[in-house]
Design a protein around this ligand. Sequence first.
Ligand SMILES: Cc1cc2nc3c(=O)[nH]c(=O)nc-3n(C[C@H](O)[C@H](O)[C@H](O)COP(=O)(O)OP(=O)(O)OC[C@H]3O[C@@H](n4cnc5c(N)ncnc54)[C@H](O)[C@@H]3O)c2cc1C
Length: 337
Amino acid sequence: MTTTFADLTTMRVGGPIGHLHVAETGAEAIDVLRAATAAGDPLLVMGGGSNLIVGDVGWDGTVVKMASTELEMDGQLVTAAAGVEWDRLVKATLDEGLAGLEALSGIPGLVGGTPVQNVGAFGTVTSDVLDSLSVYDRQTGLLERWTSDRCGFGSHRQSVFKRSDRWVVLEVTYRLRRSDQSRPVEYVDLASKLGIEVGGTAPASDVREAVLALRRTRGMVLDPEDHDTWSVGSFFVNPVLTEVPDRARDCPRYPDVKGTKLPAAWLIERAGFPRGYGEEWGNGTVALSRRHALAVTNRGGATTSEIMKFAAHIREGVEGCFGIRLGPECDLVNCSF
Ligand SMILES: Cc1cc2nc3c(=O)[nH]c(=O)nc-3n(C[C@H](O)[C@H](O)[C@H](O)COP(=O)(O)OP(=O)(O)OC[C@H]3O[C@@H](n4cnc5c(N)ncnc54)[C@H](O)[C@@H]3O)c2cc1C
């Protein structure tokens, strides 16, 4: 039976895959990448499929799914292959007495995806802990070792890897701290759950448990029984603007290197789309999560085109209300809204 993207992504939509290669090692991935490039075969690299939506037409070419699982700890440096499951890495580092990743507990996907969108949660982003990575350059055919400063981190959820098919991340090294105490907790809800002041620290394993508990209340830990988690997490990116329109003057604001960042969830809810919105819209297969307005969810049986139609509907509503056009945080392939 043909594998589809619906089988391999957390949104559970998307059409058939031409040729699927599950690469068990970095070397195997490079071989497939070289062969596909030489043959001029369209190529798509994926990890856990938790930030990716592909059209109902699927992908008529090669898909490389990273599945390399080497993991090495050397002092405070931890090196993981692109195919290591992210949360397995977080737990393994905490079990080894290494702190730094605790706030990123419970995020779906694989190690190779973390630098792509500079994954972050509860005040920690990948670039805070990333030491270096190995990257294969499809244009030159070279394997290179990059330090964090080459990755183009800066503005919210950006990197040079995002939406570029030039580089493939093969392995990532994180610089952690040998300590049982967390990084300072800057996030109000998390500090309050831990019973500490904002800026204080707590045992890193307690922070992990508190983060997982908070994420579950928001439908942000994958659960096949729970449609609120059939998503890509945040569907829309928090907009960064050089000038905030007057209509959005009441919206909370956060500084960003490129301007002012506004919370997209606030804009969506205030534009008349509460959590759970959509169950009465269309044929009921797509709705906002009942626990988080930023997550577009598949209620069962949705297609990519239904997801796109719904996303366009939300975007138009927000634009009409505030004059701010929301864009996707996830990667859209062979589909758009
Ligand atoms: C329930 C839920 C909660 C989430 N919560 C968060 C959160 O708190 N914070 C957050 O930042 N994100 C969150 N996400 C989004 C997602 O988990 C992350 O973006 C994750 O890092 C994606 O990794 P992946 O392996 O699934 O990548 P995929 O979805 O497979 O791929 C995403 C993109 O990265 C590219 N890519 C993947 N691997 C590589 C590689 N090795 N080299 C080059 N390109 C690659 C793909 O081509 C694609 O463009 C959440 C998603 C879900 C479903």
